[in-house]
Every structure is written in structure tokens, then in C-alpha cells.
Write a protein that binds this ligand. Sequence first.
Ligand code: ADP
Ligand code: MG
Length: 696
Amino acid sequence: MSTRPEPLYPLFSDLRSLSGIGPKLAALFPALNVHYPKDLLFTLPQSGIERRSVATVRDVATAEIICVEIEVMRHVPSRVKSRPYRVVVQDSELSFELVFFHARGDYLERILPVGARRIVSGKVEYFDNLVQIAHPDYILPVSEKETMKSFEPIYPLTAGVTQKTMQKAVRSALERVPDLPEWIDKAQKSQAEWPDWKNALALAHDPNSWSDLGTENRARQRLAYDEFFAHQMTLSLARLNLRRAKGHVNQGNNALRSKILEGLSFKPTGAQMRSVQDIEADMAAPHRMNRLLQGDVGSGKTLVAFLALLIAVESGGQGVLMAPTEILARQHMESLDALAVAAGVRLELLTGRDTGATRRVKLEALASGQVDILLGTHAVFQKDVEFADLRLAVVDEQHRFGVRQRLELGRKGGAVDVLVMTATPIPRSLALSHYGDMDVSILDEKPAGRKPITTAIVPSERLEHVIENLQKAVQDGRQAYWVCPLVEESEVLDYTSAEDRFKSLRAVLEEGVVELVHGQMPPAEKDAAMAKFERGECKVLVATTVIEVGVNVPNATIMIIERAEIFGLAQLHQLRGRVGRGEAASTCLLLYQAPLSKSGQRRLEIMRETEDGFKIAETDLEMRGAGDLIGTAQSGLPLFRIANVETMASLMAKAQSDARALLTRDPELTTERGRAVRTLLWLMEQEKAIRLISVG
Ligand code: ADP
Ligand code: MG
């Protein structure tokens, strides 16, 4: 099925084919993200109007919307333009007025002839203690009373599209909904008591009460599930495709790993060992590994990565570890060097700074297999970088690379196993929607002996006091990071603020005690400053957010963040994670400039309350919404019209396991249900996924 199934044609036709929509209106709908009739089906009412049926308007509260039977008594046309046209009517107990501004009398006389009985509906208001209804929503003959709904859906609108137009367009779209074969597992559907797709649409657009508009409503649940399921089918198909691609069987013999595990000064956490086992099993399997290693800052991802790289070497091949920044690549080199020596493997570092002859020599060593493990930045994936036998690519802190680069990497690696590491705790729901194509290992255990970090929120007026305390701490031999803010995302200003702080701190602290690192510095200077800090020669490192990810100096126990209120939660968490890595207790000071915005205050408070990266990420998600958390542009997050990623996490999880289970049984989607799922994918415009089936 490489073209859209015929039953879907009417749902993908021109909007103008719907009743009541001409060219002018059709041009307005895209503002609502409505391009085809099917988009209208998935645009559910966001609110409702309840019309209480009453015998009389007596004692009805002001602003209540009611529906009442009346007799028309007399018309009182307006004598001056600014005054309304009034129609006096009588219900079972009370006489009141219907009021019309800028009215056409002949029209009103026709629909409200004196002596006739009518059903009117609208909002009750009091004017000089008299009841009136201005511009009733409905005026109907008594015989049509049943056609008026006691609960009316209210749709999202855009300029030029009225509620009535919208309702009419949706009704017209609903009329052409075909019966489609069921794509949801029968047992799942009956257990959840979900309606059929067609019926679900009808119900969702015809709410009878407020609770029908809630997320617990069965019709809405089903439609939300459809969206998640289609998305998870796409991710699962991508995953299946990757797994189908032939990979090496990388069977380690433990020879190298056992050497370094014996020599470690600490015991790996259970989570670290479990993750290594996951990786080992993946690498030994004949398909390609595509695994995400998620672990909060300081959870010890580097060791896991290194053990994985050793598996590649044990099985006779090479491995590569890519870091997002030069500093991190160098740091990996330094921290892994001793381990590599212990294991007897050859490490090499390749970054953008290697040029000319140095670079050539390194590339030759790599291509001839004299290098076992290559560390580096993006430079390791340049065209002319050739490996003798690459088996595993590890991407560290992948958050910075984005989803698209990950796909790119998969393509480049050929049959290479891929391990992606992220330090950004991602709420489960988001992890599912972003990494649903990957298998996930989580480092949810902190290495033993970590001391909690004391976090304080400090107004910038207390800066002098902070500096005094810093002086004392430095005299006691402690080390501190001082992070300066990114000012308006301008690198120049960014640089200036760090430079200024560097100068002012240098003036009060002892000579040679303060160093500066920022993105604009010549690389050699940057390295020198970092190295001095790592060796403990310099005590205070003034930095921009270049130290945000990965930097590991266990002796540093103080983190000071200036203008903390303008940082995002994820960033603050990353920065704070630079301390609390050693034996001594650590402190984090969040300096802010008053006045704090509500959200700024909330962010700082949650930082003070918890160190749990997942909790912080959940709060972040709540405060910002899913799109923002990863950056909408690069998030690749699909537009869910009905489903809510934030509140329906368990539904998403269900959709993922269902999608994977279906593909296990029916990888080509050829069974009856499989074919129904194809239709769903077309309906949800996930036809890219369908292409994966035909390619695979
Ligand atoms: P991250 O997950 O943030 O990349 P790292 O891999 O940099 O964390 O590890 C942080 C520090 O913890 C390093 O100094 C590392 O040697 C140390 N470490 C790793 N695993 C353990 C462990 N199981 N017990 C104690 N220390 C550990
Ligand atoms: Mg790390």
C-alpha cells in the first residue's frame, strides 16, 4: 500500500468541498492547523455551553444560559439608532424582553410574530432589575424544541471563523467519516471500553456534559491513543528497520573489562552493571544496537561507555566516543587514559584542533588499526576519518546533537552499534515520544558516598558577602566554579560579563587563584586554565556555560551561579551537577537579581528543594510544556491534536508496547490488523513510516 487508501479520500479533499466553506473561509482554516477535512475531525471542542431548560426566567441567575418557551407579546422598535429594538415576551410566569442592537425590524417580525409561541435560548441578564436576553442564540418554533441541544460544543476559533461556521464545518466533515477497520488490539479496546473510531469521533464532537470534555472521556481517550499509537508505530518501524540492518556480532570475552574492574578504586553501582549487561547483550546480537543510556549528572556514564568500548575492542574491533565540546573530549581523554593503560588498549584523541601532519598521523593510525578507541568531537565523523574496523559509536551528552543528528549518525555508522548517552533527565512521557525508536538503559543509582549539595538562593545585593565567604573557602583550600550568565544569547556580551567578573574577583583574591574560561578564548588558553583548575593550582574558575556539561573536578565543592533566574531548570541542574562529586560536602549558591518573576522564583525554589534530576525535569515540563523542553524546532515532536504528552504518559507507554508487540508478530503489517494500522498511518499523515516498511 504505497498510496493513500481510497476510503480516506473524502477526508483529504479540499476544505471547500465542505458545506458552508467557500474560498474565503478555506483560507482562514490553516491558522487553526486545519488543512483537510480530517483535521477538523481531530479538532475537538475545547469547551461547552450548557443550556438549562426552564419554565420561567424568574429566579434565574444573571449570566446563566437558559432555554425557555415564550409567547411574543409586542415589538418595540427603536426610535434612535443607539437604542436597541426590543421584543416583549411572556413565559409561564414572567414577562421579559428580547433585545436586539442594529436590528432589522422586518426580519424580527417574521421570526417573532406577535401571538406566536417560540423557544428562545440565550444568556439571562438584568437591566434595571428587568430580565432581558440580548441577541438570543436560538429562536425556534416550539415543534423544533428537540433539535436544540442542552449542551453545545465550543471549538477553538480564529479571526473570521465563527462558532457557528466551525460547528457546521465539523458536522459536514463528520458526515463523510468512513467506517474503517479497527487498528486497536481487540482485547485492549474492550478492556478500556473504547468506542469504534467512527463512533468515538461522533461522541467527542457531541459532548453532553462538562465531564465529556475531560481527558477521562472514553471517546477522547481512544482518539488520543490513536495519535500516540500512530506515532509509536512510526518510531517502532524505524527501530525495526535499524535492527534489521545487519550488525556485527560483537562478542566480548571480558579480558579487558575484568582488568579495569579489578583496578577500580570504587565499586560500580548496580545500575552501571545492569546497563553494561544490556549493552553487552545488544552488541552480541546480530542486529545493530540503538540504545540510549540515560543517567543524571554524576551517575557514572563514562565508566559504562568505556566498558562498552572495551567490548568492541575485545571482539577485535574499534570504538569511538564523541563528546559535544573540546573540553569534554579532552577530559574524557584524561580520565580514561589511566584505565586504558590498565587494560592495555590504545586511545587517541581527535578534535578540530588537529591539523596538518598531526592529523594525518592520527588518521593513519586509526585506519591501520593501531588505535583501539578514538575520542573526540564532531571531528571524528568527518568524511576522511576512516576506521580499520569500527564496531561501536558512543555519543555523549546527545541532547546537544538533536534528534536529526542522531539519525545522521546512524546512517554514517554503517553496521556500527550506537550508544547514545544523555545527562538530561527526560520525563518518561517525553522519552517515549522522542526516543521511542531506541532501547533505553537508565542509571538511576548514584555512586555510593555522594554527599548532598546544599543549595541557597541569594539576592545579588549580597554579592560582597558571597565574595567574602568565597575568600575564606579558598583559604581553606576549597575550589569553586563561578558561572556567569549568557546575556541575551549574545556571545560577545556573554564573554564580557565573565571577563568583568574575572577581573573583579582577581582583584580581591590572591594572585593566580582565579582563572577564566569562555567560548571565545583561544583553545590553548582554555586548556591551560582548565588544567590548572583540575590540578588544583587555581581555586576559582570563572566560566560561561561552557562548563555546563560533563566537566568533572571532584575537588570542586562550590558552585556559584550569577543571575540564576535567567537560566533554564535543566541548565541549572547540569551546572550544579559539577559539584558534589567528591568526599567533601558541597554548596551551590543561586544568585538572582530582584525582582523575581513568578516562574523564576519557582525554578529557583525547586532547585533548592531537590537534587533529583527527574523531579526537576518533570517540573520543567509542567512549567514549559513539551515543545519547549527540547526546543520545538529540533524536537521533532509531532503535533498531537487530542493527546497530551504531559498528562497522558501511561497511554503513551501503552501505545509503545502495543506498537512493538504488533511488529513482533506482524513486521510487514500484512495481517488484517496490520493493514488496518497502515490505514491509521495514512490517516495520521505518517506515511514516512509506511515507506520504512517497503524499504525494509
Ligand atoms: P556523568 O554520568 O555525569 O558523566 P561521570 O561518568 O563523569 O558522570 O562520573 C562522575 C564521577 O564519579 C567520576 O569521577 C567517576 O570516576 C566517578 N564514579 C563513576 N562511577 C562510580 C561509582 N560506581 N562509585 C564511585 N564513583 C564513581
Ligand atoms: Mg559525562
